[in-house]
Design a protein around this ligand. Structure first.
Ligand code: COA
Length: 307
């Protein structure tokens, strides 16, 4: 099996007060679909190792039916790269709703990588993407410092991880983490822009260490880039063991939001003027990274359809 399809109905408890599917729930459905396919491929436990991107292209609305398609695009010893596409059904037609590329790793009972037996191969392009992921994971893991130091506008979001957030292997389920990230980073965006925001998507994330049930999760979110109506809220996620005080960097990522007015139309936002050396460096890096993230989204939207 290399392809799986699943459906979700958008019910009132999935939407915001505009009647649009919450970004965090949309993302968790995407992660679910990729995970269902990985479960079938690996015939056992797995973990989400990385997200390359999640683009929320069109909002799903209350009453819509969302068809989500997961396709394995490459596999190696223990990992598989899975592309996920969400299509929103509108009568007889379907519109492209969201796109994502993620890598899952098959794991044993100790949550360590185990062999994946599959006939799915990998080509040179996929190998390059894999190398890039492993390189950026090393780079991000080398900076476990707090994000909020030296940033003009940021907030902490702290939660205990309970069994209701976990996977059967005692580890925080990635879909739940994305719901928490979306809530935490949208709060930062709302407070900064003094109004409502829509989630446009998320950039790459590599999951360096599992978050265990009972750990305390700390999400640090800060404004890293502002455009005219959109903004990037960067995040660093930490797992804290309160018995030992040990704090582990779990991931570094970014969410993009668009500020909206009371009619749901984009509205201008205050410009961030980077004040410290750290903020200037992050702003410039984010501007560059964001350009390539948006360019890739536009390219993919020409190729990926829902027919
Ligand atoms: C994913 C994880 C199991 C990898 O463990 P590791 O010790 O780094 O693994 P290794 O270096 O032995 O690599 C094992 C495989 O993982 C892949 N991998 C590791 N990090 C990766 C990343 N960021 N992106 C994609 N693949 C990755 C490697 O390519 C390798 O694949 P292969 O066996 O098919 O060649 C580990 O980093 C982890 O537990 N992370 C947390 C995962 C998690 O909690 N997910 C839920 C998020 S809420």
């Amino acid at each position: 099996m290399r392809r799986l399809e699943t459906y979700y109905s958008v019910f009132p408890w999935h939407v915001n007060h505009f009647g649009s599917l919450h970004g965090g729930i949309y993302m968790s459905w995407i992660i679910d679909a990729g995970g269902l396919l990985m479960s079938a491929l690996s015939k056992g436990n797995y973990l989400l190792a990385s997200v390359d991107y999640i683009y929320l292209i069109r909002p799903a609305r209350i009453g819509d039916l969302v068809r989500i398609e997961a396709t394995a695009t490459a596999a190696w010893n223990s990992s598989a790269e899975i592309k996920v596409k969400a299509c929103i059904k509108k009568g007889d037609k379907e519109e492209l709703g969201a796109l994502s590329l993620m890598t899952y790793v098959a794991v044993d009972e100790h949550n360590r990588p185990r062999r994946l037996v599959t006939d799915i191969s990998h080509n040179e392009e996929a190998d390059k993407r894999r190398e890039a992921r492993l390189e950026r994971k090393i780079k991000d893991s080398q900076d476990p410092s707090d994000l909020l130091d030296g940033m003009s506008f940021g907030k902490y979001y702290v939660r205990t991880i309970y069994p209701e957030h976990g996977f059967s292997n005692g580890i925080l389920y990635a879909g739940k983490m994305y719901q928490m990230l979306d809530e935490a980073l949208a709060i930062v965006a709302k407070l900064y822009t003094k109004g409502n925001v829509f989630t446009a998507g998320a950039g790459y994330a590599d999951f360096m260490t599992p978050v265990r049930i009972g750990d305390i999760l700390e999400i640090q979110g800060a404004i890293e880039y502002t455009g005219t109506t959109s903004l990037d809220v960067g995040a660093k996620v930490f797992a804290i063991n309160h018995f030992t005080g040990e704090k582990r960097l779990v991931t570094r990522t970014v969410f993009s939001f668009v500020a909206i007015d009371e009619k749901g139309n984009p509205r201008p936002i205050p410009k961030l003027t980077p004040a410290t050396e750290k903020e200037k460096r992050i702003f410039e890096e984010r501007e560059k990274e964001r350009k390539s993230r948006i360019a890739l989204s536009k390219e993919l939207q020409k190729i990926e359809t829902c027919e």
